[in-house]
Design a protein around this ligand. Structure first.
Ligand code: FIX
Ligand code: ZN
Length: 426
């Protein structure tokens, strides 16, 4: 945790001064790092999504429009052009009814943050605003408006388009974009991953025979050398088990965990997805399931030399994740993921984390898929976190404990990602 020298700093006197200090800090502190996003630096071209139509066709809003305007089926929606999809969502979810959901409010928060006329509801004006800027200029604008220093990308060597860019252009040069090596296929669809690794020159067999596990580790080390990742990650189903009689256990034990340990980076199991429960909705069709916290406990207990950066998708797993983190110092809970990234649930999760873990966690990640979401997801999250911390610091002050702005600032920096950077020594 970041330690600030606060011995001589002025003590905040009274609830109002404390509340004002927490508000100023939460609203203005520079975000050290957003630990999980699906954003890309400008060199990745169309892989980086940005602008009005991408904001409005975010898969969260596709799910909402499918239920709100049933005159258009998902199949009919996906047959539309991106612009037609955005027009349909704007009319159905913003004009025809109050855009009161979190994902809809987020679009409007972005437009307001850019100084656009939200009340005017003129989407051609919004489109012109984005059309008048280059992606490089817009990245600069978004990082400035979001007051964000760095984001962690989700870098997938199994994605053909992304892999080609890494192989052709080499290391990332925009220091605002850190990397994470995403390796779902190794753990979730080994039968698909194996022939691809073989095609890329790794001597791997479907039944893990021979030196398959050594070759998987070599694949990971090769990509770690290419990307310089701050963690390795995989999104795992709600029913993912460890250990089990599936290839995922030896691949974890003999390849992923040793590679992370050798590299000095955490492995990040992101657990709780129930894939494509509504196939017609495609990316918007994933749901959530409560996972077995025992899987997280066994990963941490059986691999004490490795650190685990863990986010779980089910609200019902959050309290037990806090308790598990009390048992395993190599477990770092992070973020309010996906269906949890809503003010009411961020509030609940952050309160129980502070009460059980103090400040030894990472309060949030944005999971942004569209660059502009960095603005709204953090404006909204800063407010949720502010409310929790105000209460908690007032409770602390009521004991007579002296509080200073410097100490609170150090605490908040840690919760907003500084704890992750300190944890990995970056
Ligand atoms: O696996 C993940 O990283 C998830 O965050 C995504 O698959 C998901 O679609 C998402 O973007 C949720 O916010
Ligand atoms: Zn994600």
């Amino acid at each position: 945790m970041t330690v600030a020298d606060t011995r001589n700093a002025p003590v905040l006197s009274g609830p109002a001064e404390i509340a004002n200090a927490v508000e100023r800090i939460c609203r203005t502190i520079r975000l050290p790092v957003d630990v999980h996003t699906h954003l890309y630096s400008a060199r990745f071209g169309d892989l980086l999504l940005w602008g009005f139509d991408e904001l409005v066709t975010y898969h969260y809003l596709i799910a909402e429009v499918a239920r709100t305007n049933r005159s258009v089926s998902p199949a009919q929606f996906y047959a539309m052009t991106k612009r037609e999809q955005a027009d349909h969502i704007w009319q159905s979810l913003f004009i025809d009814e109050s855009p009161i959901s979190e994902a809809r409010r987020g679009v409007l928060t972005c437009l307001k943050a850019y100084g656009l006329d939200v009340a005017g509801r003129n989407i051609e004006e919004y489109r012109e605003f984005f059309a008048a800027t280059t992606v490089e200029e817009h990245i600069d604008r978004v990082f400035e408006v979001a007051n964000c220093e760095r984001v962690v990308m989700t870098n997938d060597p199994f994605d053909d388009a992304e892999r080609a860019i890494w192989l052709e252009q080499g290391a990332e040069t925009d220091e605002r974009f850190l990397t994470a090596l995403r390796i779902d296929p190794l753990l979730v669809t080994w039968h698909d991953a194996q022939p691809r690794l073989a095609e890329w020159g790794y001597d791997v067999a479907p039944d893990l025979s021979g030196d398959t596990l050594g070759e998987v580790r070599r694949f990971l080390m090769d990509w770690a050398a290419r990307l310089d990742p701050v963690y390795m990650a995989a999104s795992l189903g709600f029913n993912f088990a460890y250990p089990n009689d599936h290839p995922s256990t030896p691949i974890l034990n003999e390849a992923i965990i040793p590679a992370c340990t050798e590299l000095g980076i955490p492995f990040s199991p992101m657990m709780g997805v129930k894939r494509r429960v509504s196939p017609a909705l495609r990316l918007a069709g994933d749901s959530v399931g409560k996972c077995d916290i025992g899987t997280v406990e066994r990963l941490c207990e059986q691999n004490p030399e490795c650190d685990f950066l863990v986010t779980l998708l089910s609200r019902e797993n959050q309290h037990e994740l806090c308790v598990a983190a009390r048992k395993f110092p190599n477990l770092m809970p992070f973020g309010c993921w996906w269906f949890l990234n809503d003010p009411s649930i961020i509030d609940e999760i952050t309160r129980e984390r502070v009460e059980l873990l103090g400040l030894s966690f990472v309060a949030q990640h944005s999971d942004c898929r569209v660059l502009d979401q960095l603005v709204y997801k953090w404006l909204h999250s800063r407010e949720s976190i502010r409310k929790v911390l105000t209460d908690k610091y007032l409770d602390l002050a009521a004991t007579g404990w002296p509080l200073t702005e410097a100490r609170i600032e150090a605490d908040v920096r840690g919760l907003l990602g500084g704890n992750f950077l300190d944890w990995i020594g970056r």
